[in-house]
Design a binder for this molecule. Structure first.
Ligand code: ADP
Ligand code: MG
Length: 380
């Protein structure tokens, strides 16, 4: 039995005088295994927060079904859903101490004060709020951003909920603190063995923290998979372009077969590049013979061609527009006859002048193909 089951979930916000209703969540489905860390990721406005708020019961669903621990909760009020939510703006009570902030929800529930004391102290110890400095008696204004976010986490932990829901909890922190808190939440997850649903727009955060990822766009689920799987086998062009940084390069072109050899020819006004495909391409891709396809190549699949490399059919000339050093890597911005491409080299030096042609090697064993109309992946 999944810890959380979301089936055909829809949410339409009512329109105003100027517009009709807005379908913010469109037949969303996923399940969260018990103990799993599931991340919902997608661009701003794609319906992540709304989905989370529907699970929490903070918004009324338009249609569909949500179950927590095997029980339908569509009509269960938020306080009886056995979930705890952590938000981006941690919303601590400024006039209460750290201890009181963490204890508040339990006090409302009428737990015995001894139990409250022990739960708060336990959570505070795990979160490093008691040593080296004991922060329990401080007010939120005397805490750093990271410490406040820990208190917000602690407030969720003391509830010992069935499911933790996080809505972009690290967005207000600086880059270094964000990485630190990412690790802390991950180790907290392992330590508690808790079920967590985590929302972020940041694909790096999703890729580093998740057991599985639900990629959303425009209210719809695009793909559900492990980080590795999403990267290796994106289901469609949206996922392919969203996961990975810099994003995957997409080239429009046609597939042709001559003498048993398959080629991709770029669509371009001038100097189209041609790439020879490996012999073992799938029947599905072969079905596009003579038709337009989108070829996807990740920046790390493009390299500077060196004399000692075998040709492998994937070499082409491109104009080197710009070299950007991101030590220890180098990004090359390239122009072919019809496309701008980015190559990522895993070393920091490149002795090639900008504004000149350069020979590039594409690893043709790492290609992705997409239907130009549906955007769906043609890879098996
Ligand atoms: P995300 O969290 O992925 O950025 P949201 O779930 O907040 O996206 O929003 C999804 C869509 O629903 C957006 O277009 C947003 O403008 C709209 N929306 C969210 N909340 C409301 C609301 N209370 N009333 C009307 N529209 C809303
Ligand atoms: Mg949001």
């Amino acid at each position: 039995m999944p810890a959380v089951l979301v089936e055909n979930l829809c949410k339409t916000f009512p329109g105003d005088k100027k517009s009709t209703g807005k379908l913010a969540v469109d037949h969303v489905f996923f399940e969260v295994e018990s103990g799993e860390f599931l991340v919902l990721v997608g661009p701003s406005g794609c319906g992540k927060s709304t989905t989370l708020r529907l699970i929490a019961g903070l918004e009324e669903i338009s249609s569909g079904k949500i179950s927590i621990g095997g029980k339908e909760v569509n009509d269960v009020p938020p306080k009886d859903r056995d979930i705890a939510m952590v938000f981006q703006n941690y919303a601590l009570y400024p006039h209460m101490s750290v201890f009181e902030n963490m204890a508040f929800g339990l006090t409302l529930r009428g737990l015995p004060s001894q139990e409250i004391q022990s739960r708060v102290e336990e959570a505070a110890a795990v979160l490093g709020l008691t040593s080296p400095d004991n922060l329990l008696l401080r007010k939120p204004k005397a805490l750093s951003g990271g410490q406040r976010q820990r208190v917000a986490l602690g407030r969720a932990m003391v509830r010992k909920p069935k499911v933790f829901l996080f809505d972009e909890p690290l967005s207000n922190l600086d880059a270094k603190m964000r990485v630190e808190m990412r690790n802390e939440i991950s180790s907290l997850h392992r330590r508690l063995g808790a079920t967590m649903v985590y929302v972020t727009h940041d694909q790096v955060e999703a890729m580093t923290m998740a057991d599985r990822i639900v990629v959303m766009n425009q209210g719809r689920v695009q793909q559900i998979a492990t980080p590795r799987e999403l990267y290796a086998r994106p289901a469609n062009r949206f996922v392919a372009g969203f996961i990975g940084s810099p994003p995957m390069n997409f080239l429009r072109g046609t597939l042709a077969n001559s003498g048993g050899q398959w080629r991709f020819r770029e669509t371009a006004e001038t100097d189209p590049i041609t790439l020879v495909l490996p012999g073992n391409i799938s029947e599905r891709i072969k079905g596009y013979q003579g038709r337009e396809v989108i070829l996807g190549l990740r920046p790390e699949s493009l390299n500077e061609f060196k004399a000692d490399m075998s040709e492998q059919g994937g070499t082409f000339e491109a104009l080197l527009l710009r070299v950007e050093s991101v030590v220890p890597e180098t990004l090359l911005y390239l122009q072919t006859g019809g496309h701008r491409l980015v190559a990522r080299l895993s070393r920091s030096e490149l002795n090639q002048p900008e504004g000149k042609k350069i020979r590039i090697q594409a690893d043709m064993t790492q290609t992705h193909f997409f239907d130009p109309h549906s955007g769906l992946s043609l890879s098996p």
